[in-house]
Write a protein that binds this ligand. Structure first.
Ligand code: NDP
Length: 282
């Protein structure tokens, strides 16, 4: 039976450490790390994520600047807001909650954020730094996975890792971080033939697909580590991962639940990137 990695507990400990770091920054240097979150439109899932990020900031003693724009906001208004946030010395991190409304060019908005404040790590400059192995702001979800592995005592060095999913937000940066940690990495996606056979070769599987419970126990090599990034809402309103936990738990050595695994780590890493951005000003 796999050991279940408790992402919620690990994230809570990281957030407590960050609270203390924030206190020190405030007391010794008069700096209060500030995160600006920009949301456009009323997508219910985005609203929930933004609320969680705001609450997490406040609990850590950080400043949170909330900018809620209507769904029909023009791209120029959004770009102007980002320009002001770039110039605001109280703001150390800026994130735009994705997805943006369809009429707005997401890439243009991400590129407008100053790379120094790009705590999501999506600006091409920061993507480049990650690619050459010197990340400044590693994207929060993959960074959270690396932290879960570290705390669980799992070293990816020399391990065969299969990342299922190749998005810019999760799959690709995940593969780059694992590569930097000396894993042998395969990235699988919707055009990968014989996916089950590919996954069965892995010592570590990272699922970032967006398909409820797609990865089954029979796909998993005995003793493999299984990390479930997936967060899928089912018709009854409940959440589940991309991994079929019940059938996988008997084959894996370690497994993350979803919810309660990678999700809480994403927010903890966002706060950590913002605190690091503020520390760079000391
Ligand atoms: P995307 O939809 O952007 O990417 C999904 C990836 O999965 C694509 O590369 C796609 O392949 C691949 N894929 C889809 N179907 C299959 C299939 N049948 N077989 C193999 N590969 C497939 O999703 P994200 O990367 O943004 O998110 C992935 C999951 O992670 C979602 O459940 C999301 O909710 C969750 N998530 C969780 C976060 C957290 O904090 N815990 C943060 C971000 C995401 P192709 O490229 O060929 O289309």
């Amino acid at each position: 039976m796999a050991h279940v990695i408790d992402g919620k507990k690990i994230a809570t400990e990281i957030r407590e450490d960050l609270r203390q770091e924030v206190q020190i920054l405030r007391d010794r240097h008069g700096i209060v790390p500030g995160l600006a979150v920009v949301i456009a439109g009323a997508d219910p899932a985005s609203q929930v994520y933004v609320r969680m990020k705001r609450k997490a900031c406040e609990q850590a003693g950080m400043a949170s600047f909330h900018h809620e724009l209507p769904g029909d906001v023009s791209e120029q208004v959004l770009l102007d807001l980002i320009g002001r946030l770039n110039a605001d010395t109280a703001v150390h991190g800026i994130l735009t909650q994705l997805p943006l409304p369809g009429h707005i060019c997401e890439q243009r908005v991400l590129e407008a954020i100053s790379p120094d404040k790009d705590v999501d790590g999506f600006h091409p400059y920061n993507v480049g730094l990650l690619t050459i192995g010197s990340p400044r702001f590693p994207p929060c979800t993959p960074q959270g996975v690396m932290e879960l592995l570290r705390v669980a005592g799992i070293d990816p060095r020399g391990q065969r890792v299969v990342v299922v999913g190749r998005s810019n937000i999760v799959g690709k940066p995940m593969a780059l971080l694992l590569l930097a940690a000396h894993a042998t990495v395969t990235i699988a996606h919707s055009r990968t033939p014989e996916l089950m056979r590919v996954v069965r070769e892995a010592d570590i599987v990272v699922a970032a697909v967006g398909r409820p419970r797609m990865i089954k126990g029979e796909w998993i090599k005995e003793g493999a580590v299984v990390i479930d990034v997936g967060t899928n809402r089912l018709p009854d309103g409940s959440l589940c991962g991309d991994v079929d936990f019940d059938s996988v738990v008997g084959h894996a050595s370690f497994i993350t639940p979803s919810p309660g695994g990678v999700g809480p780590m994403t927010i903890a890493m966002l706060l950590q990137n913002t605190v690091n951005s503020a520390k760079a000003r000391v």
